[in-house]
Design a protein around this ligand. Structure first.
Ligand code: 0L1
Ligand code: MG
Length: 266
């Protein structure tokens, strides 16, 4: 950052507008860092917040949060050692059984997650995984549909942060379970695409325990004065790779003891 002032509101808004336009027109764009190689992660979060503020002003409020890049595989692929976060607006949520209209997105991919539904606020700093579990009312099988606005899903860390961590759609199973008595670290998962097993995994793929990802998120949000609120939910990150989805595809994710969640694509 030495040698220049942080980007001002005008430039942050202009960059958010570019991302918003790509999303609205379903058109891939070049990563922001092609033109702005010195974009910092802090500035990228400012762009993300500007993007989400535009959405909220149009009557689409933030109802949940996500952590991304929480698995070793994704961190190694991106060359980073810290997760990122993004925000989930009301319009991004699909009900259990609802179909995904892939024509609304650019190049969607589905990934398996365990959603945490909070019964109490989580305010950092100092949130521990134990506090996360105590504040969690229920957990549910979930699928996140990610959709980078960047060409060929290629980007640097600031790019993906600005692009709201590739958030696109989220589907939670109607069936919910209390986390009490469950070992989410050892929770086994089978991910099927069109009846074929394409991935298997366990909860430990997510920062060693998905509650670690929720704790990280609560503590990270505290840096900007934010927190995770009771009644909202958190997507802590994927247990495996994401897989592209196209019209006609059916995704099914089954967890030991938690049950299954399915997604049909048109
Ligand atoms: O939810 C995620 O882990 C996605 C984070 C962004 C990276 C990607 O689009 O794969
Ligand atoms: Mg995810």
């Amino acid at each position: 950052m030495a040698g220049r002032q942080p980007r001002g509101t005008h430039e942050i808004e202009a960059l958010a507008e570019r991302l918003e336009r790509a999303q609205r027109l379903r058109q891939e764009m070049d990563p922001l860092t092609v033109e702005h190689a010195d974009l910092t992660v802090d500035e990228a979060y400012a762009i993300q917040f500007a993007l989400i503020m535009r959405q909220s002003r149009r009557g689409d409020p933030v109802v949940a949060m996500k952590a991304g890049l929480t698995s070793k595989a994704k961190q190694v692929a991106m060359g980073v050692d810290e997760p990122i976060y993004g925000q989930i607006c009301e319009s991004m949520i699909l009900d259990d059984g609802e179909t995904l209209a892939t024509s609304e997105l650019i190049h969607p991919r589905a990934e398996p997650e365990i959603a945490f539904i909070l019964g109490a606020d989580l305010r950092g700093p100092g949130v521990t995984p134990e506090r996360v579990l105590a504040a969690t009312r229920e957990v549910a099988p979930a699928i996140e549909v990610i959709d980078s606005r960047y060409r060929n899903f290629r980007f640097t860390l600031p790019d993906v942060v600005a692009d709201n961590a590739s958030s696109a759609r989220v589907i939670l199973a109607a069936r919910r379970s209390s986390p009490v008595g469950l070992d989410l670290r050892l929770m086994g998962m089978v991910f099927e695409k069109n009846g074929e097993v394409v991935e298997t995994g366990a909860g430990a793929a997510v920062l060693d325990h998905p509650a670690n990802a929720v704790a990280w998120l609560a503590n990270k949000l505290a840096e900007r004065g934010g927190f995770l609120s009771a009644g909202s939910f958190v997507m802590p990150g994927a247990l495996s790779n994401a897989h592209p989805v196209a019209p006609g595809d059916e995704i099914r994710v089954t967890f030991d003891r938690l049950g299954a969640v399915a997604l049909r694509c048109t």
